[in-house]
Design a protein around this ligand. Sequence first.
Ligand code: UD2
Ligand code: MN
Length: 343
Amino acid sequence: MVVQCRVLFIFLGLQVVMMVLYHQGYHHQVSRVLNILSSSILSPTPANLIMKDVYSGLEQIQALNLTEDDLPSCPKSSPFLSGPLKVSFPLHLTMDEIAQKNPWVQMGGHYQPPNCWALHHTAVIIPYRARRKHLYQLLYHLHPFLQRQQIHYTIYVVHQIDNNTFNRGKLLNVGFKEAMKENNWQCIYFHDVDLIPEDDRNVYGCSVLPMHSAVAIDKFQYKLPYQTYFGGVTALRPTHYLKINGFPNNYWGWGGEDDDIASRIFLNKMFITRPPAAFGRYRMLKHGHDKGNEVNPKRFHLLSSTHIRWRRNGINTLNYKLLSKEQTQLYTNFTVNLGSSDQ
Ligand code: UD2
Ligand code: MN
């Protein structure tokens, strides 16, 4: 009681100070202080909520003694959601260790809530080459993250095996095509291997608009670098993906393909939607520029002609060689040869 009185007293005192300052002409300063206070007191930022481990509570997942047909629908908001997560990076992760922590995940990186009928059916596609440590960290975090959301999902890794320059756009196209052969997915997430989500309210389901989920990344001080930014983690319904003719195949090396995809969306009269910044938070695992993914000097030139090219460069012109398809404990792996960079 005494503590409550003191808090109330301090609060009232602050209000009086603010009023006096305001009337003395310090409008700008007062509103700045109020903004800071309201954003830290009222908004659900990590500082004010108890941050849980991404695995906490998942031991409660239990199968019901019902056939699939009789399962109830999962609730709109999963009871496992806890908001901001305490993100930590265990050292020397192995596939077995991660699999043991995720007993409900089936071969191929497949999961379906055992106790309810999922509302979201999502394929997660990861473009990949030579980032094993990042991949294991992502798998360690993403599996429990998606189970917290009661989503039906599979994680697909599209591995560029050839020695040609890396091509993220083309790998994502391959991922889309191969994943859709496996299942009639309703939502496709395109996910960089090095982005670890920090808040489980960033639900990996599709909305009626193309989704850009990586709104606030630590690398960019948790701010959107620019308004049309569409990098990192994005999601589309298959119909929207097909409407924009998928992604460009001809961005070899680093950069530009994400802006090309954004242009395709705008050219098709769609808009981008985003989760609130407090939800769309990510940590990017540290890395430099990879060998074989050098900055693409042609990217600005290519971007200037997206409006001319998008119809004849995309999923309808995709060619690649699928060398193997393998089901591991934690993901389905597509190993591909993308061909050479001459197209
Ligand atoms: C930014 C974008 C990314 C993409 C890229 C330009 C963000 C958060 N991300 O990432 O979406 O548009 O710029 O191409 O802005 N990769 C490998 N092996 C490699 C090279 C790349 O696996 O040798 C994959 C991996 O999934 C990686 C992704 O490609 O996360 C993007 O490459 P990056 O992380 O090197 O580039 P970055 O962080 O600038
Ligand atoms: Mn990165």
